[in-house]
Ligand binder design. Structure first.
Ligand code: RIB
Length: 309
């Protein structure tokens, strides 16, 4: 079994539920306030670990009460936390999330995540075949150093460029597998996708986004499933019909589950199918970190008939 090593954000998600999202300048009444463990890096690590992968998280917390609560949660997840560091110069990362109509809006305040430095992620031991994951809630220089460290040791690198922002060719060249949703794909290719895009159009943009033909691109399509591009091959996987409660962290669940499956030797096709089912379980639960499924949850979901939406 290879190791899944995630370098990324650890946040306290401050979540309110409401009947609808407020318009700009508007106030709406909320009916619940929760503090949930989150952050794309932590969520992806929890997903991989709960599904049985040997997982290590690299990240930075502050020294405040949120740091203690997140540390407490992560300690229970069977994740190697040796490289989760603390800083006194910034508070723990926080995300303010509104959930309404089964969808969310998020404002992230990075805090300590912005202080995760290249030296913090290059001391970890990486072996040939390990799976390295990162996202866009830690500094670019840190992601680049982490992936370079991995490539020098023949690891596989997975980038989930979320939340979307400019992706340099220098970083993209270090990426083996790029996992994006539709809006990130639009952003990276500078092209607008219409509301219900055809598979051919998604495939065209995915090919445009990759820097070379060997790079694998996975486009997650929410309730429509996903489309992966592997060289000339296109791998479409249907969405699963489930009752959606909260989509926060569903993309992270997909990334962590996918890497976890690759780490135990699954084929790319099987790992995609499995991760798609895992994400369909996570959207049926509130919260990000706490919504990640176990192996038996995913096995049960895989037994259910797939309904293409
Ligand atoms: O992807 C979901 C995550 O994004 C949330 O947990 C929040 O912390 C933000 O980082």
């Amino acid at each position: 079994m290879y190791q899944v090593v995630v370098a990324g954000s650890i946040n306290m998600d401050v979540v309110v539920s409401a009947d609808r999202h407020p318009a700009v300048g508007e106030t709406v009444r909320g009916y619940g306030l929760n503090y949930f463990p989150g952050g794309k890096g932590a969520n992806q690590a929890v997903a991989a670990a709960r599904l049985g992968a040997n997982t290590c998280l690299l990240g930075k917390l502050g020294t405040d009460a949120f740091a203690e609560q997140l540390d407490h949660f992560l300690r229970d997840q069977n994740i190697d936390l040796t490289h989760v560091l603390r800083t006194e110069i910034a508070p723990t990362g926080t995300a303010l999330i509104t959930v309404a109509d089964s969808d969310n809006t998020i404002v992230v305040v990075p805090g300590a995540n912005d202080h995760l430095l290249p030296d913090d992620v290059t001391s970890v031991e990486i072996n040939k075949g390990d799976l390295l994951i990162s996202q866009f809630e830690i500094p670019d220089a840190t992601i680049e150093a982490f992936f370079r460290h991995g490539k020098e040791r023949q690891a596989t690198t997975i980038l989930n460029p979320a939340p979307a922002k400019e992706l340099s060719d220098k970083l993209l060249e270090l990426v083996d597998i790029l996992i994006v949703n539709e809006s990130e794909l639009s952003f990276l290719t500078n092209e607008t996708l219409n509301e219900d895009p055809e598979a051919g159009e998604i495939a065209r943009l995915a090919r445009k986004a990759r820097i070379h033909d060997d790079q694998v691109i996975v486009v997650t399509l929410g309730r429509h499933g996903l489309l992966a591009i592997l060289g000339e091959r296109e791998i479409p996987i249907s969405g699963r019909s489930v009752d959606v409660v909260d989509t926060t962290g569903a993309g992270d669940c997909f990334v962590g589950a996918f890497a976890g499956q690759l780490s135990i030797g699954s084929s790319l096709d099987k790992a995609l199918e499995y991760a798609n089912a895992a994400a369909s379980v996570s959207v049926q639960r509130m919260g990000a970190g706490i919504s990640m499924p176990t192996g038996s949850d995913v096995t049960a979901a895989l037994r259910q008939e797939v309904t293409s939406l």
